[in-house]
Design a protein around this ligand. Structure first.
Ligand code: LLP
Length: 425
């Protein structure tokens, strides 16, 4: 069931029981709107897909990091995958526990490592270490704090995820993970360092994957590594298979969470590895289709051969089309008119890259009308900026027939908070 659907009588688009027009009226536009029921369903389906296996879902905070959403996930028993001290502090502020956190990222600073290890009774659950340099740095930090850091080494299995080059991470030429040939010596080194406890192997090969095969190929290589490590008396407790499961923006047909989990689970069993814990780091598949961007048409203008529909949302609010040529469905909030037109849907920002759709056939749109950009729950608000001194959007969480503003729209003063005009000397 989709929680963004049209009212059968009026044809107007609702999120759960709330008309999107009512949100625009109360909060203004542009505004991100999330469905709590969809978020809950996605978490439940994803976790249930792993059945009896010892699986922990660590939601990738970077996909959508609003405190209300993190708090919801913490209440549902989710863990968290973080990539910065800011995300660490968000998770803790939202009620997540330190033990439920894994820390990924290729450039964690000593201060970030310290913050993550100092928290709680024994630091966060696990550090996903991506280099020899980071191993040494973490051992040093742990020594200073008198603690032992649990580590998993992120290896680069050199598997082609067949996704957009900007979001492919599992190929040998990328900056991510420890190169395959260096993995064993890196584990030996980690094992020898006194303030580290090796507990896992980690890989994440990319995002928006549309097939299960690359996941299984990467897992196979990782399980080879686990077997070799056991021969060397380095005991692995969990395998972290990262995130990356794709969603349908247009007509992609990625595996369902159930298909994905069952491909993974089958391989674990076939390889005699079902005793290992499994950690996943899903982001997009949990939040992507649980959110949309609500915006208003400012005006429509014909320039030469092209009809431009100019929205009050711009590339600063949702950068995915400009950055990855990503496709987001665009729909009128009111019942769509039968007439259709081929248009470019653009924002007000002073860049030609500020577009949401080019040469797209849509129901005719007029000035002042509300539209939504669908599938905007993941990598959307979190990538918003203040470019052109535009205030970032508000965020709203719908729950049944009520809604809460979970992030107020920025004020103009917020735009220059922290800026200083130095006094003349
Ligand atoms: N784990 C690690 C280590 C990651 O780097 C990522 C995403 C994830 C998990 C979550 O992946 P997901 O399940 O969401 O695919 N801004 C881009 C996507 C960047 C993904 C970065 N890493 C976009 O808008 O498509």
């Amino acid at each position: 069931m989709n929680h963004f659907a049209r009212d059968p009588d009026s044809g107007a688009l609702h999120c759960e029981g709330v008309p999107l027009a009512a949100i625009a009226e109360a909060v203004g536009t542009p505004t991100y709107v999330y469905s709590r029921a969809t978020l809950e369903r996605h978490v439940r389906v994803f976790r249930e897909a792993f059945g009896e296996l010892d699986h922990r879902m660590c939601y990738a905070v970077k996909a959508c990091s609003n405190l209300a959403i993190l708090n919801l996930f913490a209440e549902l028993g989710s863990g968290f995958d973080i990539v910065s001290e800011g995300e660490l502090r968000r998770v803790l502020a939202a009620g997540g526990t330190p033990e439920s956190i894994v820390f990924s990222g290729v450039g964690k600073t000593p201060d970030e490592l310290r913050a993550a290890l100092a928290v709680g009774a024994s630091g966060i659950g696990c550090f996903n270490v991506e280099s020899l340099a980071e191993l040494e740095m973490l051992d040093q930090v742990a020594r200073e704090l008198g603690r032992v850091a649990r580590v998993s080494l992120r290896v680069n299995p050199n598997v082609d995820p067949k996704t957009h080059p900007y979001i492919a991470t599992g190929l040998a030429h990328t900056k991510f993970g420890i190169a395959w040939d260096d993995a064993l010596p890196a584990f030996e080194r980690a094992h020898a360092l006194p303030h580290l406890a090796v507990v896992g192997v980690d890989c994440h090969i990319g995002s928006q994957l549309e097939q299960a095969t690359p996941f299984v190929e990467a897992l196979d290589r990782v399980l080879d590594l686990v077997a070799e490590l056991e021969r060397r008396a380095i005991t692995i407790r969990h395998v972290d298979i990262g995130g990356g499961l794709g969603i349908t923006y247009r007509e992609e047909t990625p595996p369902s969470p159930t298909e994905y989990a069952s491909a993974v689970a089958t391989r674990f069993r076939e390889r005699g590895a079902a005793h290992l814990g499994i950690i996943t780091e899903p982001g997009r598949v949990i939040v992507g289709n649980a959110g949309c961007l609500l915006s208003r048409v400012v005006l429509v203008k014909d320039n030469g051969p092209t009809r431009f529909v100019v929205l009050d949302a711009g590339m600063n609010d949702l950068i995915r089309p400009a950055l990855y040529e990503a496709w987001h469905a665009i729909e009128p909030v009111a019942a769509p008119r039968p007439e259709r037109e081929v248009v470019d849907v653009v924002g007000p920002v002073c860049e030609s890259g500020d577009f949401f759709a080019q040469s797209r056939e849509l129901p005719a749109l007029a000035a002042d009308e509300l539209v939504v950009l669908r599938s905007a729950g993941a990598y959307a608000m979190v990538m918003a900026s203040n470019y052109n001194s535009r205030r970032r959007p508000a965020e709203v969480l719908v729950d049944g027939d009520r809604f809460d503003v979970i992030r107020a729209r920025e004020s103009f003063e917020d735009l220059w908070r922290g800026e200083v005009i130095p006094s003349r000397r």
